[in-house]
Design a protein around this ligand. Structure first.
Ligand code: PLP
Length: 284
């Protein structure tokens, strides 16, 4: 396994980060995750644009241009013979003597990339769907930044695991914000696709945007608005989106079945459309 660390491709075992790295000490860093299907990066420009924005919001200089990132990601995918899975990227504010304030301006950022093989397209979970529980959203107020400070999500996901379900939907003021690592969607009995609008309260999901576009093209009404847990309980279908799961049907919320209690036809349709789209450049 080969990882990318600070400009070099190195064996996994040799990739070491200093104790004083601010990513380790303060979660002072940004990450990004993009899917790889058929050895090709999916929607990568959008992921790199979000990475650039997140870095800008916490004032870390983006060490690479989009073209440079892409070249490095593609080389990493190639060196790891990755056909299907994820590319993980992280940039921290670097290593310096421990102090909350920013380190000296010439401190180089720490840049890490690794790949993870994952069965995305034929994930068995997509056939059965997942159940979710709802948990209070305990995160900070800038969830639009893809920061490596993920304790809220870690605790939410662990609660899901301990409840024997696939994910947790986080809830604030009675409204669903998002999944622990995914965007939450419901489809109302009137067949309207609902997801929360973008704001500081949620991460702007890259898959979210692609799926909304596909839904509109397929003739579904798409509404960006808040929805409550109660409305979700009465939904006809529910699903989550993320780069690692694409479209994952949600079949129960807090033990109550959603619709028929089986993956919904529209969720499965959107999932299929997404893979068609991801394959399209190869066909072109
Ligand atoms: N929301 C949160 C909190 C996430 O962590 C993620 C992805 O990891 C998403 C949404 C989905 O984003 P994307 O579709 O860009 O993977």
């Amino acid at each position: 396994r080969i990882v990318f660390l600070n400009g070099s491709f190195v064996p996994f075992e040799e990739a070491k980060i200093p104790v004083m790295d601010r990513g380790f000490l303060f979660a002072d860093g940004i990450y990004e995750v993009a899917a790889v299907l058929d050895g090709r990066l999916v929607d990568n420009e959008a992921h790199l644009a979000r990475l650039d924005r997140s870095l800008g919001e916490i004032r870390i200089r983006n060490p690479y241009s989009s073209a440079e990132w892409t070249r490095l990601e593609e080389e990493l995918v190639r060196r790891n013979n990755l056909a299907e899975g994820l590319v993980y990227m992280e940039v921290t504010r670097g290593a310096a003597e421990r102090d909350f304030a920013f380190p000296p301006a010439d401190t180089p950022p720490t840049v890490v990339m690794f790949t993870q093989p994952k069965n995305i397209r034929h994930s068995p979970l997509a056939q059965t769907g997942i159940a979710v529980i709802t948990v209070p959203d305990q995160r900070w107020k800038r969830r639009d930044i893809k920061s490596v400070g993920l304790l809220g999500q870690v605790l939410a996901k662990q609660a899901a695991v301990e409840a024997g379900v696939g994910d947790a939907w986080m809830v604030e003021d009675g409204y669903v914000t998002e999944g622990s690592s995914s965007t939450a969607f419901i489809i109302t009995p009137e067949k309207r696709l609902i997801t929360r609008p973008l704001s500081n309260a949620v991460l702007p999901g890259i898959t979210r945007l692609a799926v909304m576009k596909l839904a509109k093209e397929a003739g579904l009404a798409v509404e960006e608005r808040l929805f409550t847990v109660e409305e979700a309980h009465g939904a006809e279908e529910a699903f989550v989106t993320s780069a690692s799961s694409i479209v994952m049907p949600v079949v129960a919320i807090d033990g109550k079945p959603v619709g028929t209690g089986r993956p919904g036809p529209l969720a499965l349709r959107l999932r299929a459309l997404y893979f068609e789209l991801a394959e399209a450049p190869a066909k072109a």
